[in-house]
Structures are given as structure tokens and as C-alpha cells.
Design a protein around this ligand. Structure first.
Ligand code: UDP
Length: 239
């Protein structure tokens, strides 16, 4: 397994909510720009970067279906929300002179490239950041599963899951000050103890392919780069 500092290709997964800053909804451009800066600092190390961004800041399928909308339709709306977030991130990265491709699982050729695996790999080899949008293209899935799927397909060495806290805890550390952080935890423990890392299908897909998940705080400036350089606090989810 990889030691910190030796990664050459990674997947960064962030939720849509990470882009909304202190607002309750939508996109906060200064926050998007700050995250783009974090991505740039890792790109500057020569690491090849894949990204998946959720859509929960705009629309979640489960919310729509709870309000009587057909689940599949609501999920497609959620997938479209991820495309907006991906375009915002592309704009923020390109403002920092990082060549970026948005690659959509649902065809919409005027705004994003279609997903063609070997073409995406070529982009990575040319040091372009690839933002994978529209999830897996299928309802009943999440962007955590999409991130795991694409990370496997792109031969990423790990998924970096940026959250509001610096790892996986036994309880919510924002509610329980005595919550305990794990330095490392197995996929099976995450599933058995229902630790809120990613949904169960994403964890199972990572486990079946031995893909480590590094959970870290996206709120810590320089945190992403720090971990890739071998410093910082995080939880490693592994086999
Ligand atoms: N979604 C989906 N299939 C996928 C990925 C996402 O149907 O492969 C839909 C689903 O409705 C989900 C929404 O897109 O609620 C937004 O994604 P997610 O909830 O994973 O976003 P996050 O919580 O990471 O912001």
C-alpha cells in the first residue's frame, strides 16, 4: 500500500455542500475558489487529480422523492445538479490556469465531454484535472459510489474524501466533544458500526477493489496538500 507522499494519481471526493460556504443553499464562488486553490497546490506537486463533486447543495433525489416526486426523476435532477457544481469548479480551476475537463456520465456535449474511459486517462496523463459529473449516470446511486467507480476505472491509488472534520469518529465530533477519532479503520468496521464515511455500496466497491479511502478536513487550509506530502491528521479506511 501507498505511503503518504508517494501518490501519483488520486480521486478527490467532496460533497456539494462543501461549495455553499456559510449559505444554506447553492454555490458560494469564494468558497469554490478556495477549494480550487487547495486542488492547485496538489496539482503543483505533479499529482494527477480526478474529482467528483456531489449535488446536495442544489438538489438531492431523496428530498424530491420524499415530497412525492418519482425517485428516478428526482435522482436525475440530482445528477444534473452535480454538473452545475462541476462547471463551477472547472471555471475556478481554469482561473488558476489549471486545465480542467468536465466529463459527464449523462451526455450533454455542449457543456461537458462524454465519459470515455481511455480518453479520460489520457487527460490525466497530460496533467489535466478531470471532474467527473452526473454521478454514475444511474438513479439510486450516489456520488460517493460514482467517485469509487471512477477511482477504480482511472486506477487512482486512493480516494480522498474531504469533509468538515479531520477523519472518521466513533460519534459525531461536532455534537460529542469526547468523540474518538480513528487513525485507521477497516471497510468492514465502517459497515458494521455504520460509521458515516460513505454509503454502504461505495464502501463495498472500495473494499472489493482494495481502494483506500482517506478521510480528511477540507476546512483545514493546506490540508489536502499536507496529507499528500506526508503530514496532517486523517483516517485511512482500508482492508
Ligand atoms: N445521484 C444519482 N446517481 C448517481 C449520483 C448521484 O442518482 O450516480 C443523484 C442522487 O439523487 C443524489 C444527487 O444526485 O441525491 C446528488 O448527489 P449526492 O447526494 O451524492 O451529493 P452530495 O451529498 O455528495 O452533495
Amino acid at each position: 500500500s501507498k505511503t503518504p507522499g508517494s501518490y501519483s494519481r488520486v480521486m478527490l471526493k467532496i460533497s456539494g455542500e462543501a461549495l455553499m460556504g456559510d449559505q444554506g443553499y447553492g454555490l458560494h464562488p469564494p468558497t469554490v475558489a478556495r477549494i480550487a486553490q487547495e486542488v492547485k497546490s496538489v496539482h503543483d506537486m505533479g499529482v494527477e487529480i480526478c474529482m467528483v463533486i456531489g449535488g446536495g447543495n442544489i438538489f438531492r433525489g431523496l428530498q424530491g422523492s420524499a415530497q412525492g416526486m418519482e425517485r428516478a426523476t428526482a435522482d436525475y435532477m440530482g445528477m444534473l445538479a452535480t454538473v452545475m457544481n462541476a462547471l463551477a469548479m472547472q471555471a475556478a480551476l481554469e482561473a488558476l490556469a489549471i486545465h480542467t475537463r468536465v466529463i459527464s456520465a449523462i451526455r450533454m456535449d455542449e457543456v461537458a465531454e462524454p465519459y470515455i474511459r481511455r480518453r479520460a486517462i489520457r487527460h490525466l496523463e497530460k496533467k489535466r484535472v478531470c471532474v467527473f459529473a452526473a454521478g454514475t449516470g444511474n438513479p439510486y446511486f450516489t456520488t460517493d459510489t460514482a467517485a469509487t467507480l471512477r477511482a477504480n476505472e482511472m486506477n487512482c491509488e486512493a480516494i480522498f474524501k474531504g469533509t468538515k472534520v479531520d477523519g472518521v469518529y466513533d460519534r459525531d465530533p461536532k455534537k460529542f466533544p469526547d468523540a474518538k477519532r480513528y487513525d485507521s479503520v477497516t471497510y468492514d468496521e465502517v459497515l458494521q458500526k455504520h460509521l458515516g464515511v460513505m454509503d454502504a455500496s461505495a464502501i463495498a466497491l472500495a473494499r472489493d477493489n482494495d481502494l483506500p479511502i482517506i478521510v480528511f478536513s477540507l476546512d483545514e487550509p493546506g490540508g489536502f496538500r499536507g496529507i499528500l506530502a506526508g503530514n496532517g491528521t486523517y483516517t485511512r479506511v482500508h482492508g
